[in-house]
Design a protein around this ligand. Sequence first.
Ligand code: CA
Length: 232
Amino acid sequence: MDKTCGEDLPPDLISNTDSVKVNLRTDRARTRSGYRLEWTAVSPGAACPPMSPSPGLPCLTSPDLQCAYGQEFCCGQITQAFSCVTNTSTGGNTWVDTAHPCPEAGCGSAGKLTSPGFPYDYPTNLDMTGVIKVEEGLVIAVKFTAFNVEGFEDGDDVYEYYGFEPGSCSFDSLSITDGDGTSLMDKTCGSDLPPDLTSSTNSVKVNFHTDDAGARSGWRLEWTAVSPGSEN
Ligand SMILES: [Ca+2]
């Protein structure tokens, strides 16, 4: 990584050798909060590349490596994934697309979904989409059991001063869309538990957006497949 400054999170890196040198240089005036990084020792080629690999290209690693990319989930599993597997005819290892599309039969009859890392603070810069799908003919009842998403608790007037519309959840927000495209829950933030919801189709899409700063513990919901009209 060349000399880097600013507020954008630098991409993940993998070294080519067994050591790296980190150099922080500051001038005589004006400081910021700085940086934090996490590092892990890995076998050469045994770590997921920072960008998604191309299927068919060789990989150098053990056959069990699985790498997930993107922010789209179905039934709680990330949909874009690649595995490094041994090609039985050549004996070499190549990347294979092991995407996990939404199963035709749905995600089952009940489950739960949380923000990443819950109950610890969720990551910044997310635009995560999760799909829950149940058997055709059934609908989905959603009940929140935890909710804490960065909102306007410091006072709407402060944010109005900076040009944000009060109550618009411009920082972090969770929204839920029904399978037919209608909104079940508009962008929501704050720490009040949202009301129970029931879809009118057999799938819902959950979108969680976070900005580049200020994380909270996030949210947890439980979902159940129910017959239409039976949820009360
Ligand atoms: Ca935030």
